[in-house]
Design a protein around this ligand. Structure first.
Ligand code: MG
Length: 358
């Protein structure tokens, strides 16, 4: 027996080139252990998909160069959507666009993302590969690089397949302060496109609802539209993407923070027929349903038409519309004029309307 090599001994040849993945492989606890299987995930899945100089350096963190004097925007978001794949998107795209879009809403050019994966033991490796491929594609579309990451594995039954946390850093390349505090009485409130698709795409899939035209998530990168507004010199006061809580919650949060009133016009808010139908069926209000590729912009009224023309060319899901205006008082109050002309105050939702949609 002396001198023989046991079958289980590591074979250096295994590490020299990425092996093709077998479709039946499952995530094991050891994939999160920091040992050989963790290394294989990096070499076979994450490295080839996300490859960039910072990630390829294989260091404890990414060392990055920002433009001299640039302000940085920094945000993070965890993604627990169920199911992992849905019409128009998947958890991977959501994780990249969600964080990149939050940077864009700060007026920052999205640049770098981290990706932290929490995997459940037994997850098919092929499913992880699909999610990672979607993240790589979304990162290219959003103009970001995934420069650092982490993988942990939890025991079977203690996760839900896969969770992803992304954090992101972007550069602010202008002097504007794009935030609720910059909103002014008289500002126009612009909406980039139709609302309610993402939440209803997930709900339709979960409830097994079939519609003549299936509802697809609107998940999409928003920086190109923001960049175009800024490049054209639009004095953007505030931006907000309409994720959890939808349009109504976003406007309420901004009105409360700015201590100003907002009047919205229901007839000006586009809701597609399939979304409207699904909302009626499930007893949901599209104003509170999540979107992943729509945003509102607060701009001076005099620039509203110019901004709408830019959004029509650059924002996904258009046409855009002016949906309301800012008034000085009552502070924090958002009112909605219905299609029949009745005004009511919009409130935050008291409970969770749609769990696990992002
Ligand atoms: Mg946001």
């Amino acid at each position: 027996m002396m001198g023989t090599v046991p079958d289980s001994a590591p074979n250096p040849a295994n590490f020299s080139c990425p092996a093709p993945s077998a479709g039946h492989e499952e995530i094991q606890l050891a994939h999160g252990g920091g040992g050989r299987l963790t290394q294989q995930l990096l070499e076979r899945i994450f490295g080839p998909a996300f490859g960039n100089p910072a990630l390829d350096a294989r260091h404890d963190g990414a060392v990055l160069a920002a433009p001299a004097g640039a302000r940085l925007a920094f945000t993070t978001d965890s993604h627990v959507v169920s199911p992992l794949f849905f019409p128009g998107g998947d958890i991977g795209r959501l994780a990249v666009y969600g964080t990149a879009n939050d940077l864009a809403m700060c007026g920052a050019r999205p640049r770098w993302l981290s990706a932290g994966f929490i995997l459940e033991e037994g997850l098919p490796v092929a499913m992880l590969e699909r999610v990672v491929a979607a993240m790589a594609e979304a990162a290219r579309a959003a103009g970001v690089e995934i420069v650092t990451g982490d993988t942990k594995v939890v025991e079977r039954g203690k996760g839900d397949g896969l969770y992803v946390n992304t954090a992101g850093v972007g550069w602010v390349e202008h002097d504007r302060v794009i935030a609720p505090a910059s909103v002014r009485p008289g500002d126009a409130v612009l909406l980039s496109g139709d609302i309610g698709r993402h939440g209803m795409a997930i709900m339709a899939q979960r409830e097994g609802l079939a519609f003549e035209s299936p509802i697809e998530s609107d998940c999409a990168p928003l920086w190109p539209a923001v960049e175009a507004l800024l490049a054209a010199g639009v004095e953007v006061h505030c931006l907000r993407d309409l994720t959890r809580g939808g349009l109504a919650t976003a406007v309420i949060e901004i009105a409360e923070t700015a201590r100003l009133a907002v009047k919205l016009d229901e007839a000006a808010v586009p809701v597609g027929e399939p979304v409207r139908g699904a909302c009626e069926l499930l007893g949901l209000d599209p104003f509170y349903v999540a979107n992943e590729g729509r945003f509102i912009a607060f701009v001076p009224a005099a620039q509203a038409d110019a901004a709408l023309a830019i959004l029509a060319r650059t924002a996904p899901g258009g046409p855009p519309s002016q949906i309301g205006e800012v008034r000085p008082t009552p502070a924090g109050e958002v009112t909605l004029r219905s299609v029949v002309g009745v005004e009511r105050i919009l409130d935050r939702l008291s409970g969770e309307q749609l769990p696990r949609i992002c």
